[in-house]
Design a protein around this ligand. Structure first.
Ligand code: SF4
Length: 497
């Protein structure tokens, strides 16, 4: 049986966890703005261990201290002007920032068509950029746009094609939502949604992406708040509250909405994000070249008090602990029984791939047969589980209907998902079918699972997740070298079964 993991819940936040979120420099800032708050904090600190929950009064004080005001009118004007000037001079040349041009039709239609093309490009790029670096995204974006230059082209793609194109970017749900969203908009027969509220109805489009599309493509005066914007705003206003807290998040949206420039909303939003991505970076902000350093409170605090650093803002949030699990993957190569071993060539070998369920982690993606476990299992247990899977799902039942030519442990590696640290054991099993390939795979029972047999070249060229690609390349190296180079354990050749 294949066990698919679910995400582990976030840890409960007790008093100690909250205390860990308040660093010493932030407390120095509190001291400047509210001495009462510090007294309350010290009292609470002295009670550490006795109180399991943070007193409500402290939480409220922190929020009041952090959210005391918006930007002044003067600061707002200066920040807008300085950021836009800086952006005009320094923005990176990125493919999704280039305006699409249309060749035919009257001016009005062209304008709408251009805006919609822009909206589509912004949407694709913003979804790709979530959790992925700009340099990596550029190539994916260009290939995507070449294959599906408009929303209509994308709406006609299959999920498999989209997953293939996305392979290596991770978080595959994002790709599926893009496809579902494109189909929904096209099926609706209307134009591309151009307001935040209409965009929010499209699958996978959240507040951030809606704000980005509406402001950049359709010039709507709406804000965006992503990780870069949070960092810049937290520093500009020296906000010490937990940036993940829903009240603080709301405050960031308010501040961003106040700043957005009514005449160039899209450019302003991009300038704020660009500043966070290039100058106001998490660890090494370039304050000396920053266009808004005069309005930056974190820099002011840091200049006045050497115990404060601008990097103290925003507060560092302790990440949820990753869950460990284990997976045993069996790369099954099937040889045709109609030829003996000396006659076999590479071309008559096929690899068995199975499709994951449509829901859950890596939904709908192809992989080699595998079993996922909550606990570590030894080799014999792992083989037993794989044998059960092959028998139940594919009627592969040696020695009854197939014989084992070889079975080797290839190696192991660790793959990290967002909340899961998975140790993956890789085994390579070569089978010869007694009744021939077609007879066995005709059986009804195996139609309950999507699977396919592919030759090595087809496996190499298909879009696979990075973990599955790693498994495939480990097996290919193993076949070339005749032994594993990935695991100490695998150097000890196991007995064939
Ligand atoms: S002055 Fe420094 S900390 Fe402040 S916004 Fe600019 S780069 Fe960020």
């Amino acid at each position: 049986m294949v066990v698919f993991p679910s995400h582990s819940p976030l840890p409960t936040r007790g008093f100690e966890f909250q205390t860990a979120l308040i660093n010493s420099s932030s407390r120095a800032y509190f001291n400047k703005i509210n001495t009462n708050l510090i007294s309350i904090l010290s009292m609470a600190k002295n009670n550490k261990g006795r109180n399991s929950k943070r007193p409500q009064s402290i939480k409220q004080e922190e929020e009041i201290a952090d959210m005391e005001d918006l930007f002044s009118e003067g600061d707002t004007r200066k920040i807008r002007a300085s950021l836009l000037d800086w952006y005009d001079e320094n923005q990176r040349d990125l493919p999704w920032r280039r305006r699409a041009t249309t060749k035919s039709g009257n001016g009005k239609d062209n304008k709408q068509e251009e805006d919609e093309k822009r909206a589509y490009g912004v949407w694709v790029s913003e979804v790709m950029l979530q959790q992925t670096r700009v340099q990596t995204v550029i190539d994916y974006y260009n290939r995507w746009m070449q294959k599906w230059p408009t929303l209509h082209h994308l709406s006609q793609a299959s999920l498999e094609e989209v997953n293939e194109m996305w392979a290596g970017l991770g978080y595959y749900r994002r790709a599926r939502f893009l496809l579902e969203g494109a189909r929904m908009i096209v099926a609706g027969g209307s134009k591309f949604p151009n307001t935040v509220s209409a965009l929010r109805k499209v699958p996978g489009i959240g507040d951030y992406t809606a704000g980005a599309i509406a402001s950049i493509a359709f010039k709507q005066v709406v804000p965006v708040v992503d990780g870069n914007v949070v960092r810049v705003l937290a520093r500009l206003k020296a906000i010490s509250a937990n940036p993940k807290d829903k009240h603080t998040v709301k405050n960031f949206w308010k501040l961003a909405a106040q700043l957005v420039d009514p005449s160039r909303p899209g450019d302003f939003n991009q300038s704020l994000m660009e500043l966070g991505a290039t100058l106001c970076t998490p660890l090494n902000p370039s304050c000396t070249t920053c266009p808004v350093s005069s309005q930056c409170r974190a820099l002011g605090n840091s200049t006045n008090d050497e115990s404060v650093m601008v990097t103290d803002y925003p507060m560092k949030v302790v990440k949820a602990k990753q869950r460990n699990d284990f997976s045993t993957v069996c790369v099954v190569e099937i040889s045709d029984a109609s030829q003996n071993r000396s006659q076999q060539t590479k071309s008559n070998s096929r690899f068995l791939l199975v499709k994951r369920p449509d829901e859950g982690l890596l939904a709908g993606l192809w992989e080699f047969p595998c079993v996922t476990l909550d606990e570590e299992a030894d080799l014999s247990m792992r083989r037993k589980l794989i044998d059960q899977l092959l028998k139940k799902s594919f009627k592969l039942d040696p020695p009854k209907n197939c014989s084992i030519i070889s079975r080797e442990l290839v190696g192991e590696f660790v793959h990290v998902f967002t909340h899961i640290r998975r140790k993956i054991y890789v085994e390579f099993l070569v089978l010869r079918l007694k009744g021939g390939m077609h007879d066995l795979f005709k059986e009804d029972g195996i139609k309950t699972m999507d699977w396919k047999l592919l030759d090595r070249e087809s496996v190499s060229s298909m879009g696979l997740t990075s973990a599955v690609r790693k498994v495939h390349s480990m097996v290919q190296k193993f076949k070339q070298n005749g032994s594993s180079s990935n695991s100490i354990r695998s150097r000890k050749k196991p007995k064939h079964t």
